[in-house]
Structures are given as structure tokens and as C-alpha cells.
Design a protein around this ligand. Structure first.
Ligand code: DCP
Ligand code: MG
Length: 416
């Protein structure tokens, strides 16, 4: 269908933050701007200087010579990302630390602080949502945005709105990002890389041959290293090479469905909608008692129900792959009054015992002299479990001890 007033041409943006983890670190260590910096590795004694400065509120005044350097790092592991200055030495994401140290021994090396990156992730996404509400989360530092029906979204193919998004994000966070706008997600994802960092690229359908076909097949999101090897073996290197093969040939060599997908991708076709996420913000379990229970007289029974609710929430979290940091309870009394209490801790958990302990703490903050009709346990502040790595020791030495052992210091949890 040709584009018209009622069916405007699709304008899909892919927005990706520039050197995300490193850029967030540079906000608190602005003296490192322009220098090669890599993020990664486990905590080491050299990082003490960072902890002391954090405590004293003097992070932005740490002299350059006091920062830990990658050449002094002993141990295995990979770096998560590098500043653009470090990338000039050939250093990049997922590279072994030892190799990076050989390429750029003077690079400053900072430990990972996921909590901080998540905070900035939320912040930049809020800015986008305020301008363009159709946003699909693709992880900590990238999103798709449907600009098609956003006022101004068609202007200059999306360039005007993209500049506005970049400015809003910069104002709110101090961070830059790169945006690609194209007729669909597949092309937008490729386009966002064209002008990194802090760039905007606009791709129209007619640009396919000039802008997309010269690229290596591997640039298509969905062609991994194994497929790429196989394609190369068949003398297919660029997307133009791939587009030159016909559909039946591709289906014979790559199977019906993947072959068809390869064919469509090479011709820049992709109908996937931008899907606004329906991520849960909390999970809870509650139960209404057959007959109202009393906190003191029915203590044993209430305690058992309470523990079971915690176990059920923990199982729900585990099944869906979430962890949370806000643990709460809800009580409804026999006169139908309800109270809730919650408590936010500085670590994520999906552990039934930990939830039970923290929920027990909440229970101590509500009056328990009346009969209870309903009891509920809730875990909020959710994150995907696979997005929450081990808390980095530098920022969370205490926190780690807490979440590992499942013990929470200072809590008396024997209410029931
Ligand atoms: N990341 C990681 N391990 C990888 C790749 C990335 O831990 N193998 C983390 C660190 C990055 C963040 O995810 O900062 C976002 O990944 P990107 O691929 O978008 O890389 P950057 O944002 O760092 O750089 P670019 O400017 O190229 O987007
Ligand atoms: Mg990025």
C-alpha cells in the first residue's frame, strides 16, 4: 500500500547509547574525558582509591595518576566496554583483559557498577517515553521507537525528532546516544551504527542498495557467526551477495523458514511491530482465610501460611526470571481495613528465606491486635534476573555478604 495521509510511511528508530557503561562512569569522573578507559574486571586493591573518594565526595578530584590502570591488572576476565579513545587502540567489548592490556597498557580500568547503569537506563528511557510513547525495551542501553505517528516524526525522515530525543537525553543525563531511523526495525538497527557516537542516520527504502547492500552479512541482526561462516563458504560476503540469491536456493541451503527470513532481510523487509513491553513491576501472592485468624492465638497457622506465601512468590519470580528489591506485605483486618508495609533493600533477591525475613520485618510495623482476614506478600522493584549480575564488590561489599548468606543483619524475624 503506498503511503498516504491515513497510512504514513513507517518511521522506526533504533536508539543506542554511546559507550554506555564507560560514559556513565565518566559522569562521576569527568577528569577522564577523552582518555582511554575500560570497564571490567573484579574488584582489586587499586580500586580502594575510588571507594575512599566516593565516601569523601571527591570523585571528580582524584588525580589522574591515582586511577587504576589496566596494565596492573592480574587475572582473567573480559572488559564490558571501552571509551572511544580506548577503541582507537583496538580495545572493545568482550575482549580479554590481558589482550586489552597489551593493546593499551595505560588505559584506566574501572570496576563495573550495574546499579548505576540501571539508574541511567531508566532515566534515558523516561525521556524517550515523554516524547514518543511507543518504545520497545531491548536491554540496558538500546530501544526501538515507533516515530510514525508522533508529531514531527515524519519531518526529514525522522531527523528532527531524533535530534530532539538526543537533546532531551543529554539534558537529563549528560549522556549521548546514536539513532538510526528507517522503515523497519531491521534497517534501523543497522542505521544506528552508521554515525556513532552522537550521530543520526536516516535510511529510506530507496537507500537499500547504496547504504545497506555494501555491508557485511554479519551486520544483519539475526545472522550470527555460524551462519556467517556458512554464507562465506557459499561465497556470500555482503548483503548484496545475499540479495542476489533467489528464495528457493536460500531455502534449500538454510531451511524453509530461515532461508525465507534471510531473503527478506537482504531485501530490507521486516514487518515486526515495535512492542511496548509489559514488564511486571511486582509479583505478589495473597490468601484470604476461611475464618479470620488472630496474630497471637493463631500464630502457628499464620506463620505457616506466611512462609508458604513467600515460597510461592519466590517460585513465581524464579519461574518468570525476575528478582526484586522491595519486599512488602498486605493485611486486611476483619473490619476490611487494609494496611501495607514495604521495605527496600540494596540487593536483589528471589530467595524465599530472604523474602520471608524481610516480609517478617514489615509485619512488625503493623498493629496485630485485631483479627486478620487476608495476608499477602509482594516483591517489587523487579529486574530481570539475567540483567542483575553479581553486585560488584567495590560498591557493595556489605551488600554482597547480605545476599550471599541470606541473613539480614539486625532483623528479628521470629514474629510468627
Ligand atoms: N556490554 C557488555 N558485554 C558485551 C557488550 C556490551 O557488558 N559483550 C555492556 C557494556 C556496554 C553496554 O552493554 O556499555 C551496551 O552495549 P553496546 O554494544 O551498545 O556498547 P556500548 O554502548 O558500550 O558502545 P557503543 O557506543 O558502540 O554502543
Ligand atoms: Mg551502546
Amino acid at each position: 500500500m503506498p503511503p498516504s495521509e491515513s497510512h504514513p510511511v513507517r518511521r522506526i528508530a533504533h536508539l543506542d547509547m554511546d559507550a554506555f557503561y564507560a560514559s556513565v562512569e565518566l559522569l562521576r569522573y569527568p577528569q577522564l574525558k577523552g582518555l582511554p578507559v575500560v570497564i571490567g574486571g573484579s574488584w582489586r586493591s587499586e580500586d580502594e582509591v575510588l571507594v575512599r573518594a566516593a565516601e569523601a565526595g571527591t570523585r571528580d578530584r582524584i588525580p589522574l595518576e591515582e586511577f587504576p590502570r589496566i596494565r596492573d591488572y592480574v587475572g582473567r576476565g573480559v572488559i564490558t566496554t571501552a571509551t572511544y579513545a580506548a577503541r582507537q587502540f583496538g580495545v572493545g567489548s568482550a575482549m580479554g583483559i590481558m589482550k586489552a592490556a597489551r593493546l593499551c597498557p595505560d588505559a584506566i580500568m574501572l570496576p563495573v557498577d550495574f546499579d548505576e547503569y540501571r539508574t541511567y537506563s531508566r532515566l534515558f528511557k523516561e525521556q524517550i517515553l515523554a516524547i514518543a510513547p511507543l518504545m520497545e525495551n531491548r536491554g540496558v542501553d538500546e530501544v526501538y521507537i515507533d516515530l510514525t505517528d508522533v508529531p514531527g516524526g515524519q519531518e526529514e525522515g525522522g531527523r528532527v525528532l531524533s535530534a530532539q530525543l538526543q537533546q532531551a537525553i543529554l539534558d537529563a543525563t549528560g549522556l549521548t546516544c546514536s539513532i538510526g531511523v528507517a522503515p523497519n526495525k531491521l534497517l534501523a538497527k543497522m542505521a544506528s551504527e552508521f554515525n556513532k557516537p552522537n550521530g543520526i542516520s536516516i535510511v529510506h527504502e530507496a537507500d537499500l542498495e547504496t547504504m545497506i547492500w555494501p555491508l557485511a552479512c554479519r551486520k544483519i541482526n539475526g545472522i550470527g557467526p555460524r551462519t556467517d561462516e556458512k554464507l562465506k563458504g557459499l561465497d556470500i560476503h555482503t548483503i548484496r551477495d545475499l540479495a542476489a540469491r533467489d528464495l528457493t536456493w536460500l531455502m534449500e541451503h538454510f531451511g524453509k523458514s530461515y532461508g525465507a527470513w534471510l531473503h527478506a532481510a537482504a531485501h530490507g523487509r521486516d514487518d515486526r511491530p515495535v512492542e511496548t513491553s509489559s514488564e511486571p513491576v511486582s509479583m505478589s501472592r495473597e490468601t484470604t482465610f476461611g475464618s479470620d485468624l488472630h496474630a497471637v492465638r493463631d500464630r502457628a497457622e499464620l506463620g505457616a501460611v506466611f512462609t508458604r506465601l513467600c515460597e510461592q512468590v519466590a517460585a513465581d519470580l524464579a519461574r518468570k526470571g525476575y528478582v526484586g528489591k522491595t519486599i512488602g506485605i498486605k493485611i486486611r483486618y476483619d473490619d476490611f481495613r487494609s494496611v501495607t508495609r514495604d521495605h527496600t533493600v540494596d540487593f536483589y533477591t528471589a530467595d524465599a528465606r530472604t523474602i520471608r525475613q524481610l516480609a517478617g520485618q514489615c509485619l512488625k510495623r503493623v498493629p496485630l491486635d485485631q483479627r486478620i482476614r487476608l495476608l499477602g506478600v509482594r516483591v517489587g522493584g523487579l529486574e530481570k534476573a539475567d540483567q542483575v549480575s553479581e553486585a560488584p564488590a567495590l560498591y557493595a561489599a556489605g551488600r554482597r555478604a547480605v545476599s550471599r548468606s541470606g541473613e539480614v543483619a539486625g532483623l528479628n524475624l521470629s514474629l510468627f
